[in-house]
Design a protein around this ligand. Sequence first.
Ligand code: 6R9
Length: 649
Amino acid sequence: MSEKIYPVEKATKAKALIDKDKYDKWYEESIENPDKFWGKHGKRIDWFKPFTKVKNTSFKGKVSIKWFEDGQTNVSYNCIDRHLKTHGERTAIIWEGDNPYIDKKITYNQLYDQVCRMANVLKKHGVKKGDRVTIYMPMIPEAAYAMLACARIGAVHSVVFGGFSPEALAGRIIDCQSTFVITCDEGVRGGKPVPLKENTDTAIRIAAKQYVTVNKVLVVRRTGGKTNWAPGRDLWYHQEIATVKEHCEPVKMKAEDPLFILYTSGSTGKPKGVLHTTGGYLVYAAMTHEYTFDYHDGDIYWCTADVGWVTGHSYLVYGPLANCATTLMFEGVPNFPDQGRFWEIVDKHKVNIFYTAPTAIRSLMGAGDEFVTRSSRASLRLLGTVGEPINPEAWNWYHEVVGNKRCPIVDTWWQTETGGHMITPLPGATALKPGSATKPFFGVQPQLVDNEGNVLEGAADGNLCIIDSWPGQMRTLYGDHDRFVEAYFTTYKGKYFTGDGCRRDEDGYYWITGRVDDVLNVSGHRLGTAEVESALVSHNLVSEAAVVGYPHNIKGQGIYCYVTLMAGNEGTEELRQQLVKHVRQEIGPIAAPDKIQFSPGLPKTRSGKIMRRILRKIAEDDFGALGDTSTLADPGVVDDLIANRQNRS
Ligand code: 6R9
């Protein structure tokens, strides 16, 4: 790891909201007296009924997390209505289409109108406070309207990434028993249509078999492409909004009323429905957005994440809109029409703050500097990354070529579960070290422990826990509080375990080293090895499968699958392709295996447990030190696996 240090530049510091002294002072107060600290910052949003209690949380026993619990507010009101008096004509959303000649700007006044109408359409069709609404949308403004419309009437949204398959969509509809879906005829990415309505139809058929009936599907027309239509069930958005009023009272929500569910991969079983609530989430998303990005009034801010991920929730929609920012939403992909698209958009809309994932940086870095240098990027002031560790080469390229050495980079570590940034530089306060997420945000207390749970002090390498609550924290797993306690608070009793490994250096800087559980991070997307395995074994020729990650130049991690076939079948190239297709169908393109090795046997202990440690080593093409294999039931399988490995360097 590079240990080069980039001090805070004078120009950055002069303008910054938080400098080093302020960071130290605020951080100390946030830990010493969280009630006072968050009591103050909780007021950054408007409350219909002010809170009198601030923090009421316990990581012990049944685990209970409540913030601002007797306050009442509404997220949609805070993201829209309260800005109208002074900034109604400010652009809320700049939408840049997949096609570089198409864009539009939506003011806060227009956002109010659209969100109220969409909320009234939901109400007209019977959606009530507490109902779950599934949103399966491409990156178009209506996706944000839909989220805010749910928030306005107290419905709980579950956004499902548009790249997920019908099966994956169905699983998420079934889990939260959602009876209303908002989608679009087709999405467009890189010039190609994505059949969202068709996928929705299939998902609804699958859900019906599990006795979950979707009553209504609200369909936004994006391409005008042909879709099947179920009269009585399917509704055109453009027709519906013409039938309703342009005002809709925001519902008074308790601080701890649910805002949204977002499914994410865990180390075991099916995806987990992470539940976030109203008050604490919004305070935390808005505050981190302001301070991490050193957001100033009038800045043009662009986060490239899809609304289907938590980054799209907190830093494309809720955080920026709560701060009355101008947020840019991009429908397309970084390499269409060519690899210069991001920087063209930066110039076109004079973007000041740009936030993306290391995988995008690495792939654009590979395309050559001329795609970047042909743009001016003069408007850029700050760069950010999220989703996975950034390697120092990519960091340096981002800093030197994209940012012309002028722009600090905020490497923000956080998770779906944390709601907002947890370990991150603040541009005016933190000297940067490429590859390090640096220091904790206000109120965040990281702790490193060894595998036995012993606390590690000073410079150390261990498992990353957080020992006390912060307002943006998830409250439970939807419908399964026991699994919540088991998954996050049991490995190290009384502590929130993140699932990440981490090193702390002598300066107290944190370096995330990646997942220590069976979760992969492929192009910044979380994927459980168990999910890919279950997709593989659902193929009728597969008897057993084990999936591990291996280092991949662009994706960060690639997906390596060991597959044992049913007796009498041969592992042909054709079957390999069939299995890749099968996994894509079951989960979505992001889960497509990179390598499939047909293996007559898997290394197992005598009690039948697959020894993943060995499989990981072979996938990494590093089988010199396999460690102890003496506990294997049949040590011979290892030689066969090595001889037939797919990843020879
Ligand atoms: C926001 C988001 C969370 C996992 C997390 C970690 C990895 C995220 C990172 C990072 C190193 C960073 N991760 N940010 N690793 N440096 N700056 O990505 O949420 O999809 O839930 O993934 O991503 O492994 O545990 P999510």
